[in-house]
Design a protein around this ligand. Structure first.
Ligand code: HEM
Length: 416
């Protein structure tokens, strides 16, 4: 709740702005809406309550501060029984890493481990081989005419990578991908009742899947992370059922976190490459620019445009008083275009000196899978510019009507 605002809040204009933003057309280019939002002030009251923040430095500071918390179980319970926060899918998510605060978060994050060099090397071999296979399949389709890059490449690579890492059967990949598309609604900014119901159903199926996986790995452990987590949590939890649940929540969130986000990064990166033939020439001539191209894609249009936090105590943001437990939505997609942080922010410039971004968040919740996402994006880009003939966009792609989690639904390409 805002006690006092330095700016006068015009809730009606924010309502119409968000109504347009959450359509497919709005998602095709959300940046003019963000510019309008920024013009309304550094802190804007959201139509549904809470505050919207567009400044890069303020978003960054909040993410790194211990004075801002994740909306955890305690916070969700306080929102009341008929709110989105108490939907079964939201309750389930409240047990996963990005909904935990210290000290629970510290304990689970430590147990989760990191992407070490050995794991990255192992998954890297799968990523490289799969990228080649997917581009072969793309080329085959292109010989007949057009091909859709999204189902052929960008949705396949992340599920192959995370499937390899977690040791999931190849046959399960299609269903897991479908379920993550359904599940994401509960993590969206403004889910409808029917979207929440779809998310609840997907969450229930994912629970059955991963609880069974944990039982199997307990019976036949391997050298995969799920078996490793069972070992770690057995040492932390006296109760075996509690240990199994902890492993399930970790595996569930890793899958959810890894698929759509990375697919969106790969699709957006390909879109930037195709939109501007000069970029293709630039990268072919100087492949050392590949990592910078990936970082600029993450800055220019990150897969996640909103990250939310709640105030741990009464505080002040940009001169606006914010009460304990009030929610702020960090409009990361907008913050990345903050002219105070990046000169000429709308321009996609793979040679930008400092493409700082918050695409992987910041502070204690910094994305655990960032090294894997970067590895996939860089591998794909290297392979594309080195082995594909120049491609062109067959038509403008369409975007899913959402706000927080960007998703390109198609990316039809043809030979140039
Ligand atoms: C381009 C791809 C990706 C993007 C843009 C992305 C973005 C994010 C963001 C924004 C957060 C923090 C949310 C918050 O602060 O509340 C996060 C957390 C997380 N991500 Fe990613 N992610 C990506 C890929 C991955 C992959 C591939 C994995 C797993 C292998 C992964 C696993 C996680 C986990 C476990 C967390 C929770 C960390 C915590 O709360 O301590 N992510 N990610």
């Amino acid at each position: 709740m805002v006690v006092e605002a330095r700016t006068s809040f015009d809730r009606r204009s924010a309502v119409s702005l968000f109504a347009r933003l959450r359509t497919a057309e709005g998602q095709a280019d959300p940046f003019p809406f963000y510019a309008q939002l920024r013009a309304m002030g550094p802190v804007v009251a959201a139509p549904w309550g809470g505050l919207l923040i567009t400044g890069f430095d303020t978003c960054d500071r909040i993410l790194r501060s211990r004075e801002w918390l994740e909306p955890d179980q305690r916070w969700r319970a306080k929102q009341g029984p008929r709110t989105r926060w108490n939907a079964p899918s939201s309750q389930e998510m409240s047990n996963t890493l990005p909904a935990l605060n210290a000290p629970d978060h510290t304990r689970i994050r430590r147990a989760a481990g990191t992407f070490g060099r050995a794991a990255l090397e192992r998954v890297g071999r799968t990523v490289s081989r799969t990228t080649d296979e997917l581009l072969d399949s793309l080329c085959e389709q292109l010989r007949e005419g057009e091909a859709d890059f999204v189902p052929t490449v960008s949705e396949e690579l992340p599920v192959a990578a995370i499937g390899e890492w977690l040791g999931l059967p190849t046959a399960d990949r299609v269903r897991l991908r479908e379920l993550t598309h359904e599940q994401v609604f509960t993590q969206e900014l403004l889910p409808t009742a029917s979207q929440l119901a779809r998310s609840d159903a997907a969450t229930a199926e994912l629970r059955t899947y991963f609880m069974e996986l944990v039982r199997q790995r307990r019976r036949r452990p391997g050298d995969d992370p799920v078996s490793l987590w069972i070992h770690t949590f057995d040492a932390l939890e006296p109760d075996q059922d509690a240990a199994d649940r902890a492993v399930y929540f970790l595996a569930l969130f890793v899958l959810l976190a890894a698929l759509e986000t990375t697919s969106t990064l790969l699709s957006t990166m390909a879109l930037r490459l195709l939109e501007q033939p000069l970029h293709w020439d630039l990268l072919s001539a100087d492949p050392a620019l590949v990592p910078a191209f990936v970082e600029e894609t993450l800055r220019h249009d990150p897969p996640t445009h909103v990250i939310s936090r709640v105030a741990a105590a009464d505080t002040v943001v940009e001169g606006v008083e914010v009460a304990k437990d009030a929610m702020v939505h960090l409009m990361v997609g907008a913050a990345h275009r903050d002219p105070a942080r990046h000169p000429d922010p709308d321009r996609f410039d793979p040679e930008r000196a400092k493409p700082d971004h918050l695409a992987f968040s910041n502070g204690i919740h910094y994305c655990l899978g960032a090294p894997l996402a970067r590895l996939e994006a860089q591998t794909l880009l290297h392979h594309m510019v080195s082995r594909l003939p120049r491609l062109t966009l067959a038509r403008r792609p369409s975007w899913a009507p959402r706000v927080a989690f960007r998703r390109l639904e198609n990316l039809d390409v043809a030979l140039a």
